[in-house]
Design a protein around this ligand. Structure first.
Ligand code: PLP
Length: 423
């Protein structure tokens, strides 16, 4: 491994320990080449929902591989893509109670799903002949790592070198508890001073920005104000989708029906990469024309890969079989109990939970993503065979849905132990 030529993501190779070689996975656990079993407390970077290698999804992939592997998706289509789109729209209409979202555009990562949404928003206004190009986003937002999505996301150490290539967006202050009105007033002002193309938002939880959580009523107000000014509402549910916040989609809790909905991570249960951008009829219709210049000019080579779509289709069957995925309520309750135990400990501040996700801030001197506490905590957790990857001094638990009370007990014990060692 020391001579590996692989360049790893978000990894400073000069200081990072050698990567851990993983040979297998099952349920909530990873098994390493040297035989350790590590509890996957971050669902392998937020993608795994049910658990690793969910049997129905694995079976669907195996069957699909024997039929059709890959085909160009311009001028061609296939059953897995058609089925997945139809099921996705059915789940969305059940969750959000709206039938305006009527078209599904496939891509292959959360970043591209958001990039597509931004392009569709601008294309919409141009095609209907209105001059609107301003994008409004929230402070601390994260929407991906491409140039467009970095532009919409928070500026900082992650994108400082690329700053000259990033476009300007209008920024809303993060709604600190009790200061939501300031954010809403800023939105009103921005929308009044210049007609905006769209507001883009991570509903209920800002993930990479530090697991920051705000309430459904605030989300609802953002939506109402945006719609009152005729701007498009883009919901980036790349992380929050597929049950993370306790409901199929986070927007459900605020009765928000976005114009564009981005999904990725959990769409295949976290088994293979796939993403989708759902658009309203109006946005599709704005691109529907005998004038070819109004075409939506976007594709990636693997758009709607049949194997990935087969996985998504099997995942959607699980979702459509029950009003709420069975383990979710139990998992939320188990997470709440354990969070309360941490909340009673004065070393932790700002205990919070939305659905299946809990987070606390460890009271240490230095904060922020590069804070020294993060890597130290990470190593402590790993030594206890628990994978947690703090964001600076923020420790969060984002478990696979199959996690048991025993699994979570181990995780929270490891958090207390790590705090003893680091705080
Ligand atoms: C992870 C994430 C993305 C980017 O998804 P990738 O698949 O990593 O490109 C975008 N938005 C949000 C909210 C995310 O959490």
């Amino acid at each position: 491994m020391s001579r590996s030529t692989v360049w790893h993501p978000f990894t400073q190779h000069a200081v990072a320990p050698l990567p851990i070689a993983v040979a297998g996975s099952e349920g909530a656990y990873l098994t390493t080449n040297d035989g350790r079993r590590i509890y996957d407390g971050i669902s392998s970077w937020w993608v795994v929902t049910h658990g690793h290698r969910q049997p129905d999804i694995v079976a669907a992939i195996k069957q699909q591989v024997d039929r059709l592997d890959q085909v160009i998706f311009a001028g061609f289509t296939h059953e897995p893509a058609e089925e997945t789109a139809e099921k996705l729209l059915r789940l969305v209409s059940r969750s959000l109670g709206n039938r305006d979202l009527a078209h599904v555009f496939y891509s292959d990562s959360g970043s591209t799903a958001v990039e597509v949404a931004l392009k569709m928003a601008l294309g919409y206004w141009r095609n209907i002949g209105e001059r609107r190009s301003r994008i409004i986003a929230l402070e601390h937002a994260y929407h991906g790592d491409t140039i467009g999505t970095m532009s919409a996301g928070a500026r900082g150490i992650f994108n400082a070198p690329y700053e000259p290539m990033l476009f300007d967006v209008a920024r809303l202050p993060y709604p600190e508890a009790g200061r939501e009105e300031t954010t809403l007033a800023t939105l009103e002002t921005l929308l009044a001073e210049e007609p905006a193309a769209a507001l883009i938002i991570e509903p209920l939880v800002l993930g990479a920005g530090g697991m920051l959580m705000y309430g459904a009523p605030f989300l609802r107000r953002l939506f109402e104000i945006t719609k009152a000014h005729g701007a498009l509402f883009i919901a980036d549910e790349v992380m929050t989708g597929f049950g993370r916040t306790g409901t199929a989609f986070a927007c459900e809790q605020a009765c928000v029906t976005p114009d564009l909905l981005c999904v990725a991570k959990g769409i295949t249960g976290g088994v293979v990469p796939l993403a989708a951008t759902l658009a309203t009829r109006a946005i599709f219709d704005a691109h529907y024309s005998t004038d070819r210049t109004k075409t939506f000019f976007h594709s990636s080579s693997y758009t709607a890969n049949p194997i990935a779509c087969a996985a998504a289709s099997a995942n959607l069957d699980l979702w459509l079989a029950a009003p709420v995925l069975p383990p979710l309520d139990g998992l939320c309750a188990m997470q709440q109990e354990r969070l309360e135990a941490l909340a009673a400990d004065r070393r932790f501040t700002n205990p919070r939970r939305t659905g299946t996700i809990t987070a606390v801030d460890l009271d240490v001197g230095d904060r922020g993503y590069l804070a020294g506490a993060g890597p130290k905590l990470y190593q402590r957790f790993l030594a206890a065979d628990v994978l947690l990857r703090p964001l600076g001094n923020t420790i969060y638990v984002m478990p696979p849905y199959c996690s048991t009370a025993h699994d979570l007990d181990r995780v929270y014990a490891s958090i207390l132990n790590a705090a003893d060692a680091v705080a």
